[in-house]
Design a protein around this ligand. Sequence first.
Ligand SMILES: Nc1ncnc2c1ncn2[C@@H]1O[C@H](COP(=O)(O)OP(=O)(O)OP(=O)(O)O)[C@@H](O)[C@H]1O
Length: 545
Amino acid sequence: MKNFKIISTYFRVTQVNKKETFLLIFFSLLSNVPYLFISLLFSMAIRYLTDKNIPMLLWTIIVYFALKLLSKVSQILNLMMERRFHNDVYLKLQSQIIDKLDQIKIQYFSDHSKGEMLNIANGDIKVMAEFGTWLSQEILLFVSVIVSIVVLGKISIGLMILGCVVNSTVIYILNKYNEKYEVLMREGKEKSDEEMQFFSELIVGLKDVKIFQILSQLRKRYRICNDAYIEVHNRQIQNRIISNIISPSITMCTEILLLTYACYHCLQGTFGIETVLIIQSYFGTLFSSLSEFVSALGELRVKKVSVDRYNSFIQSEQNEEFLQYGKIKAEGYDICAEDMSFSYGEHPIFKEYSLNIAPNTLCALTGPSGCGKSTFFHLLLRFEKAKKGQIRIGGTPIGLYPKEQYSGLLTCVLQQPYFFHMSVYENLALIDRDFEKIRKACKDAGIDEYIMSLPEQYDTILEEGAANFSGGQRQRLAIARALLKEAKILLLDEVTSALDVKTASEIMETVSKLKKNHTILMISHKPGEYKWCDRIIPIEKSRAE
Ligand SMILES: Nc1ncnc2c1ncn2[C@@H]1O[C@H](COP(=O)(O)OP(=O)(O)OP(=O)(O)O)[C@@H](O)[C@H]1O
């Protein structure tokens, strides 16, 4: 029952195409079921040969080869269906994961490791995409068991009952083991997430690792993760060994009994040789299908772990749903917070906080570390939502703006902006493909001259995070990207924090020129930069006590 529930959960979660699943199962049966009758036909051929019944012998041989041909043709169709099912599910799940990333709360990554996320996107989805092939094979095994039991039943009801009893006993015992196996699989995946997380941290922090020469200390910690994974893996194998001993022991004892029984009857003259052949062949099929079926039930538990992990990611709490389409007429670009309260769990950050920022001004948010400056940006970016009160832009509560429109209304340059491992042009073309516009934005941000001086100019490949650009160049490129968005409100989150005084001052000069077309709100810990601002807004006075 539990196994059926897993299959139905899979179908619910993946919403696979029912017609495709049916065709996959159909072609899988068509390519394999003929083989189930080969032994029967072969034993019939022996009987017709013994009886010298040539026409029937010829017909049997024709049917034998026709079935083989049918099977081969169906195999090709089956492989094509397998490919289609796999690719459809794989692409669908991958795209659902990407869509979910757009909706997910940033907070999710505080509770779940990146390692887990990477393993879900890379490993669990692949396991799920192969589910169709698995299912068709299991149905085939099930059909093999049924066909074998029916054929044996034709020879003797006693044999059929024996087959059923052995089957049920083995399945019952091994299903118990599978439950343990599922727990072990889950543990194994968690350990593998830890390894993946550790490895990705090692790569991201490689500069620090080299500077502080801490690889050997980290290797010890990594070894702990490796050992934990190996220990769970060993237990998984142990579990498999036990189940692999139980199943063949029961079936082999039964097989010995049966062969003795068949040979005895053949010697007595009750069975012909062809009957002994059928008994040997169909009990062989019955038991091999049974043992494959049982290991398939184990695989089903593995798939369940993947389905659960994927499902819990897809079902995880999402950010406030914002409208996808539509347009609201913004009456200006002033920012206004009204009696707004916000807390992280029990930790209050803003309590009935109010604030007005006039359009086309450059304002700085100030206050001690931890007072809530970045949190205010997160609220403006709609990563978080005020628990009470609200923020308005141009008179409209920010929650009412459709997604696309809002991202064209307000944008942000982060302290450590992220760029993808693509060319400068391709990175900026993610916002707008128009090369003239890209150049204008870069000119306004004061980075065009530098890019044009490079041998590959705008085709220069950026390393991940634009690591091959200096801190100042990176920030200018990030400002260019924000300008390309043509948003009227710019948030600047400590954009000069990593820069020397001269570069920081040049960037501030560039920023101050932008205010004639933008409302700019910045966070800066450098009081020297406040001279560029129209207004300084201290956060600490209004924050929650
Ligand atoms: N995701 C989070 N979950 C729980 N608490 C958080 C989270 N993010 C920030 N905080 C807490 O909220 C408070 C405000 O953090 P915030 O980052 O807004 O401060 P800040 O004024 O920008 O500080 P800094 O100037 O040091 O960057 C801090 O006490 C911080 O520990």
